[in-house]
Design a binder for this molecule. Structure first.
Ligand code: F3S
Length: 122
């Protein structure tokens, strides 16, 4: 578990596997609407996540992982930072038409991370 100053625990995080996949199945099952959206990915707000774990198996891209997972080290801070800047999303939108083509592609963060706004569904 990773703790940040002024923040509660951050049990689950979205990692770069979400980028350009953005299926949004996670949004449909979250009981607390803790997802935040940018153009091509979502993040989880650590203060709002209740650690229920229901979103983790729903992601077709396996982009939701516990913050203690191997390789997840940088993602708690990323989710914390951007969840406070990006708009909340509470309803699933239309995933990218080519989402399946980006599943499992490596190094998406360095190549495709975007700060453009999403079209959040509330
Ligand atoms: Fe991203 Fe998976 Fe949700 S691809 S939008 S974390 S269902």
């Amino acid at each position: 578990m990773t703790l940040f100053a002024g923040s509660a625990q951050c049990p689950y995080v979205v990692n770069e596997a979400c980028i350009k996949c953005k299926y949004m199945d996670c949004v449909e099952v979250s009981p607390v609407d803790c997802f935040y959206e940018r153009e091509n990915m979502l993040v989880i707000h650590p203060d709002e996540c209740i650690d229920c774990g229901v979103c983790e198996p729903e992601c077709p891209a396996e982009a939701i992982v516990p913050d203690t997972a191997p390789g997840a080290e940088s993602w708690p801070q990323h989710n914390h930072t951007y969840s406070t800047e990006w708009p909340n999303i509470t309803r699933k939108g239309t995933p990218p038409a080519d989402a399946d083509e980006w599943k499992g592609v490596a190094e998406k963060f360095s190549r495709f991370f975007s700060t453009k706004p999403g079209e959040a569904k509330r």
